[in-house]
Ligand binder design. Structure first.
Ligand code: PMP
Length: 306
């Protein structure tokens, strides 16, 4: 999305794509000092922002941990989102990125001034839009809380994912699964890992070096409440992943990517497996406002134009 017509919202100003820039000398550009969220907008009977509250909560947490001043309110964040959708005439599904970038100059400990940037990309996601994947266990380890906390969404954390993804592709895989510093399963380069093992949905705990994922939380709730599945949040050994019945990667943007094989070992069920399909279809119903029980997860614009 680089057309001359695309608009970006920067600190509340609708800005042409070409003019949405920060200086090369900024701490954001030089050292990757930024935090962000990727949020999906789903069209049901109107546009819904899925789990906006939780995304904004995590954004504030990322800012706290990065010691950035909390100068933006939730109302400003939400307003920027509706503003960017409207400015780009997006009326259907979209992926939104809200970023806070240090545009101040200096060393890597500079914390301001900040700029709030919001972009929106239309998406035509069908079910399981991310496709199925063959993944490999990375020889790179997931960053550790003792050095660079993975549970927040800071741009610089993605250098770890960059190493692992480039290496995975070099070895012919679609994606990487990283182990943490203790040698236990952590997560993928941009997604959490979930598997079905002996009828239960299993995923590593937040302390395994993962981003505190909102999609993971959604699937854990759906599995228990909608499918009546046992849910296990526990440590996972590397070897256990390849003997799972089903497994998938999940994140807000690609939602579900069913895994076909791990380290070249085919999983028992052809991807997507039956439980993955049921989880996904409940997810989509909820995100498009078709299940009233989960309406509190959906934000919509009060503006009648939306
Ligand atoms: N782990 C990493 C490293 C990610 O980048 C993402 C995507 N934000 C996730 C997990 C999934 O997080 P969420 O479900 O909140 O999108």
């Amino acid at each position: 999305m680089t057309s001359g017509k695309t608009k970006v919202v920067m600190d509340g100003n609708i800005t042409p794509w070409e003019d949405a820039t920060i200086h090369v000398a900024s701490t954001g550009a030089k050292y990757g000092a930024n935090v962000f969220e990727g949020i999906c907008c789903y069209y049901g009977d109107r546009q819904y922002l899925f789990r906006l509250r939780e995304h904004l909560e995590r954004l504030h947490e990322s800012m706290d941990l990065m010691r950035l001043p909390q100068q933006y309110s939730d109302e400003e964040f939400e307003y920027s989102i509706w503003q960017v959708l409207k400015a780009n005439s997006i009326e259907g599904d979209a992926h939104i990125r809200l970023s806070i970038i240090v545009r101040g100059e200096g060393l890597y400990d500079v914390s301001g001034p900040l700029v709030l940037v919001c972009t929106a990309t239309p998406r035509s996601a069908g079910p399981l839009a991310g496709g199925t994947v063959n993944i490999g266990i990375s020889s790179w380890r997931r960053i550790d809380d003792a050095a660079m906390p993975p549970r927040i969404k800071a741009g610089a954390n993605y250098h770890n994912g960059r190493f692992a993804l480039m290496d995975a592709k070099r070895h012919g895989y679609d994606e990487a699964l990283l182990l943490n510093s203790r040698g236990l399963v952590s997560e993928s380069t941009n997604s959490c890992f979930m598997m079905v093992r002996r009828g239960a949905l299993v995923t590593p705990p937040a302390s395994a070096g993962i981003l505190d994922s909102i999609t993971r939380d959604t699937f854990l709730k759906i599995a228990g409440e909608e499918l009546g599945l046992p849910v296990e949040v526990r440590e996972i050994d590397r070897a256990e992943t390849a003997i799972a019945a089903e497994a998938f990667l999940c994140n807000s943007f690609q939602e579900v990517r069913p895994i076909r094989s791990i380290d070249g070992i085919k999983l028992k069920q052809t991807a997507p497996g039956p439980i993955t399909n049921r989880l996904w279809s409940a997810y989509e119903d909820i995100a498009r406002g078709r299940k009233s029980k989960y309406r509190e997860w959906l934000a919509y614009s009060r503006d009648s134009a939306q």
